[in-house]
Design a protein around this ligand. Structure first.
Ligand code: GDD
Ligand code: MN
Length: 379
């Protein structure tokens, strides 16, 4: 009885029985000004379809949640999950989709950059049963990428796509797309294998499927952002920076060397920090203090190299300790070579900067070459 009564109060839910056929998941962070226009656009695009929208807002300081709630007060198709103390696009999408009971779930950005008029096209294709996943692609005929905020973003995006395609079991011209739709039961099935980190939820889905998904790509424009700002730049850059470096220096200098040298530079800072503290707070004498600082910096460098530079062949258990000792011995020789060469150069009237710099460089190259062959054994 109560159920029927409630359904009569909520004709806005669209379907004859008031149940949504499609849940549109909108991850949001600081999208307040875009909420009302977004919902109006969904309303127009999805006329005649029983839909609901689920915002998943990471407690945006600009009050995105409150704005969604305000609209939800007069429209039962509008829902909001407010997450506190968490951030992340992929995990927001997963939570939103798992909160749905509709037959289909779509994911779309909340900043009006995606072309929502493609939603009915995607839905119809999926209802036909010939596809498992519909993806809006900027790289099929009719799609475009104009809304990417800068040339740099274009380069990053293209680079990322190429990298992703190397791993993909299915053809996807736009694996970074944040706009797609699939049957909810399929999402539930794949959900347990999702990693949920970062921005690449679509890639994650496709890679999580034990069988290749049947994918339909629909062309989509990527509009420019009008209000608010992108949250992706810094992260995307970190994620794809390594790839770009590799492309630019491809073959010339191994990426590992950069990583190793960078870790070494951090090690120098650690060394000075430890030395400074010991010098100010103990009476060990400079020699001992310097030796202790060196040992700490070496251990720090070893850990960082093991975690980052050589993450693909990370040493564990007893091999970790063996590796640490070997690393310290290798770097000890490196330091002796460094100091020796710098001193000889300095005595031959080379300026202290050049003598010191060359000594350090030879030390790094030695440490790198020898630890790569002895400690981490790369071919
Ligand atoms: N809940 C939540 N938490 N939402 C977030 C977060 C977060 O930490 N970060 C971003 N969002 C939301 C934004 O509010 C927006 O609705 C959507 O996720 C996309 O974020 P943008 O910051 O606008 O991303 P973009 O426009 O730079 O990137 C778009 O293009 C990429 C490919 O170039 C997105 O569609 C990406 O999904 C896509 O990979
Ligand atoms: Mn955006």
């Amino acid at each position: 009885m109560l159920d029927t009564a409630m359904q009569h109060q909520t004709p806005a839910a669209g379907g004859p029985d008031g149940k949504p056929l499609l849940s549109v998941i909108v991850p949001s962070f600081n999208e307040r000004p875009n909420v009302a226009p977004m919902i109006a656009k969904l309303d127009a695009a999805l006329a005649g379809i029983a839909w609901e929208v689920i915002y998943v807002d990471d407690n945006s300081p600009d009050g995105t949640t409150q704005e969604v709630r305000r609209i939800a007060a007069g429209d039962t198709r509008v829902r909001c999950i407010r997450r506190i103390g968490r951030r992340g696009l992929a995990s927001a999408v997963i939570e939103g989709a798992l909160s749905s009971s509709a037959a289909y779930v779509a994911v779309i950005d909340g900043d009006l950059q995606h072309d929502e008029t493609q939603l009915p096209v995607m839905l119809e294709a999926l209802q036909g049963g010939r596809y498992d996943l519909a993806v809006a692609s900027r790289h099929v005929a009719g799609g475009d990428n104009a809304g990417l905020s800068s040339r740099w973003r274009h380069v990053l995006s293209d680079g990322g796509i190429r990298l992703a395609q190397a791993f993909l079991p299915v053809r996807l011209t736009d694996p970074m797309s944040g706009f797609f739709m699939l049957p909810r039961p399929l999402f539930e099935e794949l959900a347990r294998n999702l990693n949920g980190q970062g921005f690449k939820i679509l890639l994650d889905l496709v890679l999580s499927s034990p069988v290749p998904l049947r994918v339909l790509e629909v062309p989509a424009r990527f509009r420019e952002r009008v209000a608010g700002e992108s949250k992706m730049d810094a992260l995307v850059m970190v994620q794809f920076g390594g790839l770009l470096l590799d492309k630019v220096f491809g073959g010339l200098l191994p990426l590992r060397f950069f990583s190793f040298a960078l870790v070494g530079a951090l090690g120098v800072l650690v060394h000075l920090l430890v030395l400074g503290i010991l010098h100010k707070t103990t009476l060990l004498g400079f020699g001992t203090e310097q030796a202790a600082a060196t040992a700490v910096a070496m251990a720090f460098n070893f850990q960082l190299n093991n975690a980052i530079t050589y993450r693909d062949q990370r040493l564990k258990g007893p091999r970790l300790w063996q590796g640490l000792i070997l690393f310290m011995v290798v770097c000890g020789f490196g330091a002796v070579a460094n100091v020796g060469i710098a001193r000889v150069l300095y005595e031959q009237n080379t300026t202290w900067t050049i003598a010191g710099g060359l000594g350090a460089m030879i030390g790094v190259v030695w440490n790198y070459a020898v630890s790569a062959t002895l400690v981490w054994r790369t071919r």
